[in-house]
Ligand binder design. Structure first.
Ligand SMILES: C[S@@+](CC[C@H](N)C(=O)[O-])C[C@H]1O[C@@H](n2cnc3c(N)ncnc32)[C@H](O)[C@@H]1O
Length: 227
């Protein structure tokens, strides 16, 4: 997954730390309503949410398709594996997919993924995820930005068309000999209509909250139970 590894390499330049913490606060407070002793974090990234939950005494496992992300989790001593979530074994009181993870899947992959997650939930388990709204894609995510430092220079160029956001990440990274190496990858994110989540075979959408992460109603939180 070269594009996800490039994302992992540039994430610290994107200025999303505050938004990430705000999402962790939201998930943490939602999970307080449930009896959770085991948690699976799908698309766990660098493992920040798992660290928070472990400090509450919860046993956490993370999976991510980026080896770079998983290496960082493992270096912190977290239980994380680089694999497709559909291959995860075990069962959990809670499963989370935080910060756009579902938008990385096309509709067919998404539906198969969600039904696979139902199989991994304990009977009273809860699955929580967030997605970008149409407003979030067209008014917040679309556009260009650049970030420069002495060591690296990043250009991000995102276009939203036909319910798909194509984000081109171009990174120039300074080498020891002062030359720059160029990396370029495109990440595709898919807008999903709520009705997809309302007709799942194995999960029941019990709550949806649209909220503002960066601007107005740019995000929706989805909470599911097993059918
Ligand atoms: C925006 S990051 C969020 C990371 C983390 N949840 C956080 O809040 O910091 C999205 C993550 O999802 C991972 N990802 C994307 N598609 C995935 C999939 N199908 N299965 C597992 N991880 C995936 C990416 O590698 C990336 O680490």
């Amino acid at each position: 997954m070269r594009e996800l590894n490039l994302y992992a390499k540039v994430e610290h330049l994107l200025g999303i730390e505050e938004a990430t913490e705000a999402l962790y606060d939201l998930y943490h407070s939602e999970l307080e309503e449930y009896k959770v002793t085991t948690l699976l974090d799908v698309g766990c990234g660098r493992g920040g949410f798992m660290e928070r939950m472990i400090s509450d005494g919860i046993v956490c496992k993370g999976v991510d398709l980026s080896q770079v992300m998983v290496d960082e989790c493992q270096a912190k001593g977290l239980d994380a594996v680089c694999m497709d979530a559909k291959e995860v074994t075990g069962s959990y009181d809670a499963i989370v997919s935080i910060f756009d993870v579902l938008n990385f899947m096309d509709e067919k992959t998404l539906v198969a993924f969600l039904n696979a997650m139902a199989e991994r939930l304990n009977d009273n388990g809860v699955f929580i995820a967030d997605i970008n709204t149409l407003y979030g894609f067209s008014e917040v995510a679309e556009g260009s930005m650049s970030r420069d430092s002495e060591e690296e220079s990043l250009i991000v160029d995102a276009t939203f068309e036909n319910d798909k956001l194509d984000t081109v990440f171009t990174l120039f990274e300074k080498q020891e000999d002062c030359r720059y190496v160029k990396y370029q990858e495109t990440i595709i994110q898919y807008f999903h209509k709520i009705k997809i989540f309302q007709k799942l075979e194995k999960l029941r959408l019990v709550e949806k909250q649209t909220f503002s992460l960066y601007d107005r109603e740019d995000k929706t939180l989805l909470i599911f139970k097993k059918r």
